[in-house]
Design a protein around this ligand. Structure first.
Ligand SMILES: [Zn+2]
Length: 344
């Protein structure tokens, strides 16, 4: 069953500063040999920037790290064809799959990397970034985070959701075809971003709050809004998000399947997928690295999911979302751009 699926994992970290090679079967949860072993067609590798001070020096450093990490991600697809294939669109992911090459999809975790500068957003989109989480832990210039960072002086809320700048970021992401990722954002930020965005939003790695009351998870009201607007929640493998902390040590693929079941029941089969957060905290018994992806498919099959449903959960839904983002961008470029003088 699993072998016929175009499977996409929407959230994997890379070691930084650069660590073990992605080309060899080594200590990473995700490397190119393990992708083959796990029957995974494409992975969103993220340039993750921890939240720091929101001053000129902090923003300069965050932009520099984002840029360097995007280049490192592109380096997993060397021009000589010895690694993966850079896959920046839904068509390119399908082409990589058809060619039997791992698709490398760049993304960014934490809009802190663009500071207050929309031209950086354009630069990073040009480097292939296909989604950006609006925040990580800690508020940034874009909006409030689900988890404020007291050591950076965060109050519970700074903007009551998305900032004015954050609204222009969402607009520009729509125009550039970059998916708006609401994982890590505060509920207020998330609800406002969903309403602002012309393309459906992505939660690249989040779980269901009804099953595990963690601030990083999405409650039923959030799920309903995502489903109503055509968005997508990618269930993640972080133990603390799957089960309350005290029982997190016993988490297995059955817990992941419980969250997928719940999401499918609340939102429908078109709105649920998988984003492991491997090499960033993800991993449960039976699914400790991407080479073990078949164990999750087996559990879902036991629960009655058929080929068509598995195809949606494992990749079809996120391909649809990518295409919707691409269509919104294409449509927006037919209209006059907002900033005067930008059109050649
Ligand atoms: Zn994360």
């Amino acid at each position: 069953m699993h072998n016929g699926l175009l499977a996409i994992d929407t959230h994997v970290d890379i070691p930084w500063p650069e660590g073990p090679s992605p080309f060899e079967d080594g200590p990473r949860c995700v490397d190119l040999p393990k992708l083959k072993q796990g029957g995974i067609a494409a992975v969103c590798f993220v340039a993750y920037v921890p939240q720091g001070h929101r001053d000129a020096a902090g923003h300069l450093a965050a932009a520099g790290r984002t840029r360097a990490m995007l280049h490192a991600i592109a380096g997993m697809a060397p021009p000589d064809g010895s690694g993966g294939v850079l896959a920046r669109t839904a068509d390119e992911i399908e082409a990589a799959y058809a060619a039997g090459k791992p698709g490398i999809v760049p993304a960014i975790e934490n809009g802190y990397g663009i500071g207050r500068d929309l031209t950086l957003l354009e630069e990073f989109a040009g480097l292939g970034a296909r989604y950006i989480t609006l925040t990580h832990n800690g508020h940034n210039e874009i909006g409030d985070a689900a988890i404020p960072l007291r050591n950076l002086g965060d109050d519970d809320t700074q903007y009551g959701g998305l900032s004015d700048f954050g609204q222009s970021v969402v607009d520009r992401m729509n125009e550039l075809g970059v998916m708006v990722d609401i994982s890590h954002a505060a509920k207020t930020t998330m609800m406002q971003a969903v309403k602002r965005s012309k393309a459906p939003v992505l939660a690249s790695h989040s779980c269901m709050r009804a099953l595990c009351d963690h601030k990083r998870n999405l409650d039923d009201e959030q799920l309903e809004l995502i489903a109503a607007t055509g968005g997508l929640v990618q269930v993640t493998m972080v133990s603390n998000f799957l089960r309350p902390r005290a029982r997190a040590a016993d988490v297995t693929v059955a817990d992941i399947a419980d969250h997928i079941d719940y999401g499918v029941q609340r939102m429908g089969i078109d709105h649920v997928g998988i984003g492991t957060d491997f090499d960033g905290g993800g991993g449960v018994k039976g699914f400790m690295h991407i080479g073990q992806a078949r164990n999750l498919t087996a559990e879902l099959t036991r629960r009655g999911y058929g080929r068509e449903e598995l195809a949606k959960i494992w990749g079809g839904n996120v391909l649809r979302l990518l295409r919707q983002a691409e269509n919104v961008a294409a449509a927006s470029q037919k209209a006059p751009l907002r900033q005067p003088g930008a059109m050649a």
